[in-house]
Design a binder for this molecule. Structure first.
Ligand SMILES: Cc1noc(C)c1CN(C)Cc1cc2n(n1)CCN(c1cc(N)ncn1)C2
Length: 422
């Protein structure tokens, strides 16, 4: 009976009150721990099983089975009932995927995904500034494909054409793509959306053709921005959100190194200090939030609200002209070049860091991130990672800003965005 009792307690996930006796060797002793009490005695430490929920009906049921007793019908029903209750509470799905820079200036980041059956692997640009999931495909004219991996729906047994639906999107820099739509399994970071709308490109603009490392985009903006017509489709995040442990995804982008996108959980190991959450206005369809102000280098903080969007699909940081001119006034030889389309400076110039506020929190972008890249490979003139938003029409916290922080995109009600130093 001691053994049974101990077993029941173990089933409860509780430490047993009955220390095991002769013949058992503690793990510590197995690993030669210092206090050797001689032979014949040992003690095993038990630990609580994480997230274990005791299910009484099931425990009684097991005892009936163990002693071959006939199981009463209402006990079988009770077990099914309690299992169902717990299934509703069980830890849900999460995912974690790499975000690899496509070049040495972190112009964009790519994330491996699989689509269809058998799985076809592509590497897509996760883009919180748009809401279309589109891919280079077997429907893309070969003349427009330059090294990209493609998705072939006709090779996937689970692909279904979304009859009569098309899509067409144009991005801030004028690049564009359009095509038809399939529904298929879509997996990123071990997380699968069974019926994901996968938009197949039948036409891509030259700048996408030139981007050999980018096989398409995963739009993680709000689904209201999705361009599929006549019926707009849900983003991957909206498709998986209800099954996630928590309705969030996080971005931990890095300068010149692979970072991660996590889904369903906030990884405490990825940031320092506290995460500061601020409201998001989902109406424009972007992750729009208010920054509380800025500071240049070690200068004083200027508390002035800056409404902008957190956009993983934009490379640079675009802010109001007044802030940008104040910044480059501190950079030797900086000019706003019409030729190169923005602020440039001698690559050897020393740059101040740039700090932006999120409520009372402060995110500081190291100066190295603002020395973005030579205007052409090998040039001694460099392009700034901070540029004016006046031509864009909206302030954009793109990768230059995002990679200085750990960012939580909280898709709960109401949506919020969290920022932490790292
Ligand atoms: C890659 C990459 N990423 O940014 C650029 C530009 C490139 C390079 N370029 C040659 C190709 C290209 C152009 C775009 N992309 N890729 C990604 C989506 N684009 C966005 C997304 C968004 N949220 N906001 C604005 N544009 C425009």
């Amino acid at each position: 009976t001691n053994l049974v009792f101990a077993a029941e307690l173990a089933a409860l996930g509780l430490a047993s009150a009955l220390p095991p006796r002769i013949g058992t060797t503690s793990l510590a002793q197995a690993h030669g721990d210092s206090a050797n009490r001689g032979s014949g005695t040992a003690s095993l430490k038990q630990v609580r099983r994480p997230r274990y929920r005791f299910n009484g009906a099931r425990s009684v049921y097991r005892t009936y089975l163990k002693y071959g007793a006939p199981v009463p019908d209402d006990l079988v029903k009770a077990v099914a009932h309690t299992d169902a209750l717990y299934a509703a509470e069980v830890k849900r799905a999460t995912g974690s995927a790499a975000a690899e820079p496509i070049d040495e200036s972190d112009q964009a980041y790519i994330t491996p995904v699989t689509i269809g059956t058998p799985p076809q692997t592509l590497e897509l640009d996760v883009d919180t500034g748009s809401s279309d999931l589109w891919v280079f495909s077997s429907h893309t004219p070969p003349s427009q494909i330059h090294g990209q991996q493609i998705y072939s729906p006709n090779k996937s047994s689970t692909a279904k054409l979304l009859e009569g639906h098309t899509w067409s999107i144009t991005y801030g820099d004028g690049s564009a793509s359009r095509g038809n739509v399939y529904i298929d399994n879509f997996t990123v970071g071990g997380l699968t959306a069974e019926k994901q709308a996968v938009q197949c490109a039948q036409q891509v603009s030259a700048s996408f053709t030139r981007e050999t490392h980018v096989d398409g985009l995963i739009g993680l903006g709000f689904s209201t921005l999705n361009t599929v017509s006549p019926k707009s489709q849900l983003t991957f995040f909206d498709n998986v959100k209800s099954g996630l442990d928590s309705p969030v995804f996080t971005a931990d982008l890095k300068h010149g190194a692979a970072g991660t996108y996590d889904f369903g959980f906030v990884d405490k190991a990825k940031y320092s200090g506290e995460i500061t959450y601020v409201p998001v206005n989902p109406d424009p369809g972007y992750w729009a939030f208010n920054s509380s102000g800025y500071a240049i280098g070690s200068g004083k903080f200027s508390a002035s609200a800056i409404t902008g969007i957190a956009d993983t699909g934009t490379s640079l940081l675009y802010l109001p002209t007044a802030i940008v001119t104040a910044y480059y006034r501190q950079v030797e030889g900086a000019t706003n070049s019409r030729t190169y389309g923005g602020y440039v400076f001698p690559c050897s110039s020393s740059l101040p860091s740039f700090t932006f506020g999120v409520a009372d929190a402060r995110i500081t972008i190291p100066s190295a991130y603002i020395n973005y890249a030579p205007i052409t490979p090998g040039s001694s003139t460099c392009f700034g990672g901070l540029q004016s938003s006046s031509g864009v029409g909206i302030n954009i916290f793109g990768d230059v800003a995002l990679k200085a922080a750990f960012v939580v995109f909280n898709g709960g009600s109401p949506p919020t965005i969290g920022w932490a130093q790292k």
